[in-house]
Design a protein around this ligand. Structure first.
Ligand code: FES
Length: 158
């Protein structure tokens, strides 16, 4: 039997995963607008994210930040030859996606101007009511043989 409008099992699972991820992102951004200051919710990773580090030119240099190529809700900093720090790029104030600025060495939120250093620590509070907290960071592992960085769903808030 053929069905022009039916989804394959794989397509169904892919769309379902994206829908759940989108719903999680929406949940993370809703409520009373006080995402920061104790109410922060980190983006939920349903499955680990993996990518080849060599595919991201900024990550060739220690200290540089780059968005994760397959999911811009996350950024990575190279901290050493085989070590990396992963964090969310969702502002902890009210959930706006932050930008990488200053030659890939820090973050700034375009909404109310909160700033974060390359480790995700707040360096300037929003120019609005409420406050931002440090960006949640995610556990990473790096496979030197395949040049693959994996970001796990385990995160830490400080
Ligand atoms: S949402 Fe980022 S500073 Fe307000």
């Amino acid at each position: 039997m053929s069905c022009r409008d039916c989804l394959s099992r794989r397509e169904f699972l892919t769309r379902s995963t994206l829908a759940v991820a989108g719903a999680a992102a929406v949940v993370a951004g809703c409520g009373d607008g006080q995402i920061g200051a104790g109410g922060a919710t980190a983006p939920i990773l349903l499955t680990p994210l993996s990518f080849k580090v060599s595919a991201v030119p900024a990550l060739a240099t220690v200290g540089q930040l780059a968005f994760v190529p397959t999911d811009s809700r996350f950024a990575v900093k190279r901290t050493g030859p085989t070590t990396f720090l992963a964090m969310t790029t969702i502002c902890t104030h009210e959930g706006t996606m932050i930008s990488i600025v200053n030659n890939n060495t820090s973050f700034e939120c375009p909404n109310h101007g909160a700033r974060y250093d390359s480790n995700g620590n707040v360096t300037r509070q929003p120019q609005a009511s409420g406050s931002a907290t440090n960006l949640p960071t995610y556990q990473t592992s790096y496979d030197v043989a395949t040049d693959t960085l994996t970001i796990s769903s385990n995160f830490t808030t400080t």
